[in-house]
Design a protein around this ligand. Structure first.
Ligand SMILES: Nc1ncnc2c1ncn2[C@@H]1O[C@H](COP(=O)(O)OP(=O)(O)OP(=O)(O)O)[C@@H](O)[C@H]1O
Length: 315
């Protein structure tokens, strides 16, 4: 976890604690016995579609009761506790904005809902934080996806919460908008806020967050800094499809290698089961060279995110 940093101003730092949290819908177990603690800095909640990310975020935000366990902010349960909204902001996955409102009106409505004593000042400050001051008077339906998303973040930040939760904030953004949003999350984390965002894309999480929580099929599958997660994902069995100038000869040589667990040969070439990505990809060129075989194609054939996740779950 990133070191705790003091907030520059506003409310004190907050910790978010999940203790044995489960949530089921009828027979569907959406979240299964998740325990984690989140502190200041940016944390990525990584998981494939349907893993339970939205359900977790909604429980953290006090929108949804845990079926079992507890979600606590600074020791207080989030469920049925409106007082936590002074400390917490949520940016939901679905865009719910009235396009006829200007960005400024949208953020100001949020300031009013929070009953802030000086709604205008809070609105100005939040819009400035997301760098949307120049565009604040335009109607929101004239904004790009990225601009709309930043205004939604401003609305969630208008009361200066110590905790910010964002559900798939990068969805539908082009690379430039994505960079801008990443920069914003970095800044918010560096200010000492506890920022949690969900994503199903490893690279997004890797670029923004110090800490990663991986959730699969409702369970916490792994957690740590992104290097640990990346290592877990590469140090695992891999399957490669290979075509070469002499598949048969290469197959025989590969079978003798410690880096290879199994080889099948058919008319489309070789399928190699390797114990570990790095060991195999370092060994292959040497083996091919020794045998005088030219490798024409090397394709990792089980690189789907789902296969990585299912490995992490079983690990
Ligand atoms: N209101 C509900 N009623 C029944 N099942 C639900 C409900 N909400 C979610 N689920 C189920 O719970 C599981 C977790 O869903 P959730 O939306 O939390 O996952 P997610 O990781 O956010 O996925 P996505 O990114 O696709 O939204 C899924 O199997 C989903 O179908």
């Amino acid at each position: 976890m990133e070191p705790r940093k003091p907030r520059t101003k506003g409310s004190p730092v907050s910790d978010l604690d999940l203790r044995g949290v489960s949530r089921w819908y009828g027979n569907v177990v959406a979240v299964n016995d998740v325990t984690m603690t989140l502190g200041p800095g940016v944390t990525g909640l990584l998981g494939p579609n349907g893993a339970g990310k939205t359900t977790l975020l909604h429980m953290m935000a006090g929108f949804l009761a845990p079926s079992r366990g507890q979600v606590l902010i600074d020791g207080d349960a989030t469920w049925r506790n409106p007082a936590i909204y002074r400390k917490l902001g949520l940016v939901n996955e679905r865009e719910a904005v009235y396009g006829f409102l200007s960005g400024q009106e949208f953020v100001r409505a949020s300031a009013k809902l929070h009953g802030l004593p000086d709604a205008d000042a809070a609105t100005r400050r939040a819009i400035d934080l997301v760098e949307m001051t120049d565009a604040q008077d335009r109607r929101m339906d004239t904004y790009s996806k990225g601009m709309r998303q930043r205004m939604r973040v401003a609305a969630a930040l208008v009361h200066d919460p110590a905790v910010l939760l964002l559900d798939e904030p990068f969805n539908g953004m082009d690379p430039r908008q994505r960079m801008h949003m990443m920069d914003l999350l970095h800044r918010l984390g560096a200010q000492g806020r506890t920022v949690l965002f969900s994503s199903h894309i490893l690279e997004e999480v890797e670029q923004v967050s110090g800490t990663v929580q991986v959730i699969v099929a409702g369970r916490l599958a792994a957690s740590g800094d992104f290097r640990t997660i990346r290592r877990l994902m590469t140090h695992r069995p891999h399957v490669f499809a290979i075509r070469s100038s002499d598949d048969r000869r290469l197959a025989v040589a590969l079978m003798a290698s410690d880096a290879v667990a199994g080889v099948t040969l058919d008319k489309d070439g070789l399928t190699v089961h390797a114990g570990d990505y790095g060991t195999f990809t370092r060994a292959l060129p040497r083996i091919a060279l020794d045998e005088g075989v030219r490798v024409r194609q090397l394709i990792p054939s089980d690189e789907s995110l789902e296969s990585v996740f299912s490995y992490l779950v079983s690990a």
